[in-house]
Ligand binder design. Structure first.
Ligand code: CP
Ligand code: NVA
Length: 301
């Protein structure tokens, strides 16, 4: 594994190895066992073309805990903001840094950065994928449920980056995956192509059907970063695609509810369900730190 660009590139074993290391790093952190030796003297550049709370802070703190140096690079202050091609930025940064994390729009940009920089590249979210988030989600599911086998995960909402990565990650580790997405908001073709080899994959328009006996209920915002001009249209399209009491009555009684955050209360999830599952949701947010540290150790040490 040279980069983390999308979960489609990883084998089941590679995903499990990352999760095992993430569990170990979490244990070490909780028990004050230093792991600063892993990335001593290494620098991670972090380029953000979109806003972030969790990704920025967890990468920055994680890099510091591993003994390395995190360099925050706002796209507005870089020459890419003024049109310098990604190939030239990549070939320059590859000579200064030991790894780059990029949050951007097009998946092609992270793929190009990997192709031209010659150093490990981590996808910190694109329109196509959010692999770091889903590694943390899988870590949380295994931590709280003990295993993946026999579990059903459902996702209610927009077939965008989170739905794409959850489908691939969930199926690869052995869960059943049911998605409920409205017409016009289905996951990417590449993901559906991958998923069709699995009998335990389902795409439906019915949130209740997707949630039937689900062990893990997941959702994401109705409008993602970049969709701000479409809020009115989307509020109509996603009506009914909400994680609420009625939907949860179809899920297993001990179902987890996870959310990548930020959450829009009373849109994709009610305040009541969000608060009832807040411990799970913020464990998931914490696990971003541990899962990404594991990715950085695998790629950069
Ligand atoms: N879930 C997630 O990626 O959060 P941020 O947008 O705050 O980084
Ligand atoms: N789908 C959301 C996820 C945010 C972490 C977005 O892309 O804005």
């Amino acid at each position: 594994m040279k980069h983390l660009l999308k979960l489609l590139d990883l084998s089941k074993d590679e995903i499990i190895e990352i999760l095992n290391l993430a569990d170990q790093l979490k244990y070490e952190l909780k028990h004050n066992i230093s792991h600063r030796h892993h990335l001593e003297g290494k620098t991670l550049g972090m380029i953000f073309q979109k806003a972030s709370t969790r990704t920025r802070v967890s990468f920055e703190v994680g890099m510091e805990q591993l003994g390395g140096y995190p360099l925050f690079l706002s796209a507005n202050d870089l020459q890419i903001g003024r049109g310098e091609p990604i190939q030239d930025t990549a070939r320059t940064l590859g000579r200064y840094l030991n790894g780059i994390m990029l949050r951007t729009y097009e998946q092609k940009e992270v793929e190009d950065l990997a192709k031209y920089s010659g150093i490990p590249v981590i996808n910190g979210l694109t329109d196509f994928a959010h692999p770091c988030q889903v590694l943390a989600d899988l870590m949380t599911i295994r931590e709280l449920k003990g295993q993946f086998e026999g579990l059903k995960m459902c996702f209610i909402g927009d077939g965008f980056n989170m739905a794409n990565s959850l489908t691939v990650g969930g199926l690869k580790v052995g869960m059943s995956v049911s998605l409920a997405c409205p017409e016009g908001y289905h996951p990417a073709k590449e993901v559906l192509e991958f998923a069709k080899a699995y009998d335990c994959f389902e795409l439906t328009a019915s949130p209740q059907k997707a949630a039937e006996k689900a062990d893990v209920v997941m959702t994401d915002v109705w409008w993602s970063m970049g969709d701000e001009g479409e809020t009115e249209k989307r509020v109509k399209a996603f009506k009914g695609y909400q994680v609420n009491d009625e939907l949860m009555s179809h899920a297993a009684t001990d179902a987890l509810v996870l959310h990548c955050l930020p959450a829009h209360r009373e849109e994709e999830i009610t305040e009541k369900i969000f608060e009832a599952h807040a411990d799970e949701i913020f464990e998931e947010a914490e696990n971003r730190l541990h899962a990404q540290k594991a990715v950085m150790v695998k790629l950069m040490s």
